[in-house]
Each structure stands twice: as C-alpha cells, then as structure tokens.
Write a protein of this length. Structure first.
Length: 429
C-alpha cells in the first residue's frame, strides 16, 4: 500500500499505518491512515475503497478535486505534490488532510491565517501563530479540531468541530443557557459560530475524562489517576450534570423519541444480516426487548437533552468538573441521556474487567444506582417506572454501539459491547 500510495501522490512513502476504518453500506469503505514520507514528515490520508475504479475516479473528480485546488498556495499545504488521487488497481480514492470531499470547508478552517482571523477577537490574550490539528476524525461528515498557540505541545486554547450532518446548530443556545443558569460545573463558552463553514469553536476547560480510568483502577486494584475524585463521587456528579441540563428550558429543534431511535436500527441490523448473519441473530433478541419496553413503559415528559451524554464528555480536574460536546443538543425524553450514559458505563465495566466482568456485576449495579441518585439529588425524576424506560434507552444505545463497532471493524470492542448488552438484558428480564 505504501508504494502504491507514494506513486499516486508523487512522493516517497516509507510506511502507511491504518488508523480508523468505517464500512458504509452505500458502496464503499473508508480508512484513515498515517503515512510517513521519506524525509520524515507525516500526513493523514483519507482513503475510500469503492466497488470499482470508475466509482473511485468519479469521487475524486466530483468531491476531492475542488478542495484540493483550494488548498494550493495556503501556508498549511502538506509537502505532497498531489493532494488527491485514484489508485485504479485497488479502486481507491485518496486525499491528504485537510482535503475531505464531505467536509470541503476543512481547508479553510485549518488554515492558520484564517484561524487567526476567527480567534484573535475571541481570545485577545492569546499570542499566535495558531496550529490546528485533527483531534477526532473517525466518523463521516465531522471532524473535531484542536487549536493550539505558542510553544509546541502546550495545552489547547480551544476546540472546534466542523460538521456537515446538520448537528451543532443548538450548541450556543444550550451553553449560553447553562452559563446563565449558573451551572455548578464548567461550561465552555462558544468562541466562534460560523454555520456557513459548519464550524463551532468552544473555549478549553480544565480536566480530562476520568470515569473509565477510575473504574479500571477499582476493578484491577491499581492506583487511581492523580487529581481525581473517588469513583462513586465522579459518577454521582455525572448524574447531577444530567439533571441540570434537563432543567434548562430551550425550544431546541426537532425532538428525538425512543421509537425514532429504534427505527433506524432495523435498517442497520438488516445490513449486518446481509454480511454477518450470525451477529444479526445475536442482537435481534435485544432489539425485541427494546421494542417491548418502548411499548410497555410510559413516555417521559420531554426536556432539553445533551444528545450524546456519556462519561467521555465529562471532564474532571480536582474539585472541578465540566461538560463538553454540545453538538447533539435536542429535545428528548431524559431517558435518552440517562440510558446512553448507563450504556457506556456498562461497556466500560466489561472492558475493564474482561473475562471477570460477571464477578463485578454488583459494582455495575451499584454505580447505576449512584448515577441515578445523583440525578435525583439535582432535581431529576427517576422513579421505578422511569428506570424501566431508561433501561430501554440503554439497550438501544448498546445496540447502536454494537452496529458501529461492526462498521468500524473493531472485533474486541464489539465483543465487549455484546457482553455488556447480554448483561443489561439479563438484568432487565
């Protein structure tokens, strides 16, 4: 692959390390790679594998040619003669970051000169020049960016997202409302909101996700991360954050319902069945359980929801903690956020405990109770009837995680999610 890639891009490539992969049922597979050039530079490559060379070439012409041309002459142009090419023998279209056929504005928002024009007014105390790097880039139509300034390897001054999937429009409304309400946790301010670029930039807040690390330390009896709260306190704080978000009254866009979350999973499982029928058979009983619980439990009153609420979005730094990633903000039942958090928590438990996971099931149940108690303590409603509804959302989130792990070709992650799904359904039945 390195030799063929080098020939296509007109540069010597000594290594090509695959990073993320994503299978899409609409006719291709996406792979992101880190390529090392002969002179030591590294570049990020986006590769799309099509059914035939004609489809790959059509994608290059229709989607990659213009952003590649837009990158020419800019200061952050990678040291590669050809920025977008086709490998006909492999039916692959490749592009060098920040060229992205589904995110053409990445070329502009990663330009340090344009970044300065965007951030100088919002961050008057920061001295440039700015550096922009991809922080998370594993999904289609979105890329998380890290903005740095000053000495290399300093803390980021801001984080941004470029999207082309309709999300992110409610970020400012929710963050402003939480700041106005005096939330007890850190909320990053919106520094830049440019819908025409699909760009939202938020200020950095202190801390890092800690719940998974704390859970791993508890299960494996190792030292906890420094400057972190106890596991139970961290989980309780997550519950209090969820309740605070749900108390904010905002007329946010279209609503998300439990039935609306279930419906696309049917199509996704049909795709899984076409390629991996044994996996589809494995997860279909959980799907039936989710549908049964959707029909058999009372719908919760709608509230403002984070939309992607998990321990990965909650940062801890000593006594401080904060919430990030607001681009999924919506109106929904509180169960959407609560079930999603519990799905990730159960997955983290299985991942940390491995084959010993059944032995730690009581700890998982105890942490669920701690989370819901924290939610109640901040004004959230979570009685027994609500918990049943939350469990339905949890199953749906685990099913979605399982399908995504299959699409991303991550077998160990898929095994852990299936174990978490089995554990949830065993508790629920």
């Amino acid at each position: 692959m390195a030799s063929a890639l080098g020939d296509a891009l007109g540069v010597g490539v000594v290594a090509c390390e695959p990073r993320e992969a994503l299978f899409e049922p609409d006719g291709y597979c996406m792979v992101r790679c880190r390529a090392t050039l002969e002179r030591g530079d590294q570049v990020l490559i986006g590769a799309r594998l099509f059914r035939d060379a004609g489809a790959a070439e059509a994608f290059r012409v229709d989607a990659l040619e213009q952003p590649a041309a837009d990158l020419d002459g800019r200061p952050h142009r990678p040291p590669v003669p050809v920025l977008a090419a086709t490998l006909p023998a492999l039916a692959i279209a490749v592009a060098v970051f920040p060229v992205d056929g589904e995110l053409p504005t990445l070329v502009r928002v990663t330009d340090p000169d344009e970044t300065a024009s965007l951030l100088d007014r919002a961050l008057p105390a920061v001295t440039g020049p700015y550096r922009v790097a991809a922080a998370q880039y594993g999904r289609r139509r979105r890329c998380a960016l890290r903005f740095e300034a000053g000495a290399p390897r300093v803390s980021a001054v801001a984080y941004g997202k470029v999207v082309n999937d309709g999300s992110g429009g409610q970020t400012r409304a929710l963050t402003d409302a939480l700041l106005h309400a005096g939330a007890e946790f850190d909320v990053p301010p919106v520094l830049v909101d440019r819908p025409e670029l699909g760009l939202t930039v938020l200020g950095a807040i202190p801390g890092a996700p800690r719940v998974a690390q704390l859970l791993k330390a508890r299960v494996r009896e190792t030292e906890t991360p420094p400057d972190s709260p106890a596991l139970e306190e961290a989980v309780a704080r997550c519950g209090r954050i969820a309740a605070t978000v749900h108390r904010v009254e905002l007329p946010l866009g279209p609503s998300r319902s439990l039935d609306g979350e279930i419906a696309p999973l049917h199509d996704a499982i049909d795709v899984v069945r076409a390629y991996t029928p044994e996996l589809a058979a494995r997860i279909e009983p959980a799907m039936l359980s989710a549908e049964s619980r959707s029909a058999g439990t009372e719908t919760m009153a709608e509230a403002t929801a984070h939309g992607d609420f998990s321990y990965t979005q909650i940062l801890f730094s000593g006594d401080r903690y904060g919430l990030v990633d607001y681009d999924g903000a919506c109106r929904a039942e509180p169960g959407l956020d609560l079930g999603h958090f519990l799905a990730y928590l159960r997955f983290a438990m299985v991942k940390a405990a491995g084959v010993e996971a059944p032995r730690f099931a009581p700890l998982g149940d105890a942490l669920e109770a701690v989370f819901l108690d924290g939610y109640r303590s901040a004004g959230g409603v979570a009685d027994r009837a609500v918990e049943e509804r939350v469990h339905a959302y949890e199953i749906v989130s685990l099913l979605r995680l399982a399908v995504h792990a299959w699409q991303k070709m991550k077998p160990q992650r898929l095994r852990n999610i299936l174990a978490a799904l089995d554990a949830r359904c065993a508790v629920t039945t």
